[in-house]
Design a protein around this ligand. Sequence first.
Ligand code: SF4
Length: 440
Amino acid sequence: MPTAIEIFKHLPKKNCGKCNFPTCLAFAMQLASSKAKLADCPYVTEEAKAKLEASSAPPIRLITIGAGETKVEIGDETELYRHDKKFFHATRYAMTISDQASEKEVAAKLRRASDLRFERVGQVIALDMLAVRNDSRDPTRFAEMVKRVSRESALPLILMSQDPAAVRAAASAANLSRPLIYAATLDNLEGMAAAAKELKYPLAVRHSDLNELADLVEKVKAAGVEDIVLDLGVEDLQQTLERNTIVRKNAVRKTFRGLGYPILTNVIGKERGMAMALMSTMKYGGIVLMEDLDPAHAVPLFVLRQNIYTDPQVPIQVKAGLYPINNPDKDSPILFTVNFSLTYFTVAGDIEKSRMPAWLLVVDTEGLSVLTAFSAGKLTSESVAEALRSTEAMVKSEKGLLIIPGMLSRMSGKLQEATGLKVVVGPKESSGIPKLLKSL
Ligand code: SF4
């Protein structure tokens, strides 16, 4: 991103205020911090626009595959390390279906793909894409399989073929929404680039030598294709780590546009493919292409991704409020916890497991965990009493009993005074909650 002064040089300097800022310099400063859009100035020339847009383009291009609710976006990253800001677009996972697969195999894979869907800390984590592989080398057969998969699944597609004719056949057989073509290589570059340009589909470009890859990218761009994904031709874990890091470093630190695109890692048929998938998730992968994925491998992979792509400055939170668990009534006790998602779902899960009815009061601690919030003064007897009042918890529960987290035992006296409730100090670990609830 250019500095405010660099941007200012290209502005009309009329100081007319039509951009909603009093001067061109003020507008330049807002542009530099991405708080305004260049289009807000009606007088900026086409030449200045082209220059500013080129220099302010993200170091890694944003690529969209598919459309509507299931579309996936990859790229548009600005950081080498997550803690410097955050990573924006999570790694996407794709499972392949061969165009030589039997009826039964295709049905089983489609079922498996739609079943790979889990909920964790209130977020749904799932498989993102399907790839149809042109093993038959027959364009008609490939097109038929693409048609079937696109009819039976809403997931965005990857068209895996070396043959531009097969890609064109698939595009005319089915109404596809921006599938990714995989892949252009030295041997088919011209035909693939022509097909991608004509169909307006993104195109993956593959080469294991990064200099050669950058050359191929230039050729594809010269042919009129802007939406590009890079396959670095990695064969093992070490190459995944090394090449992915080199590409990311060159893109975000040196703004080297030749490699400023998201990375696709193909782990099909590779020894330690799952380890490569994990590595690619940790190290800058945009898409990981796998032959298959079972739940035992999917869950840790999806959870790893969720952890890496969570904004480190914004803890995952649930809405503060009073949550009924196991159909509580006026005789059920109230427990309280914080609105840090991981804590909430752990406590709520343990109450559910007990099968004992209870009210769970979630206090807003800005997503901090129990002890952190307590130490930071964001979880006090007053804030708990206020949460009890605002949620009318004591109207819904007349038992007069409040169970507090075991780590907050020192809060019990004050809380009893502030609320008039009998305070019971709960277990330090929420796994002890079922036993406590059953003993009341
Ligand atoms: Fe300057 Fe354009 Fe804003 Fe007018 S609208 S103040 S010319 S940047």
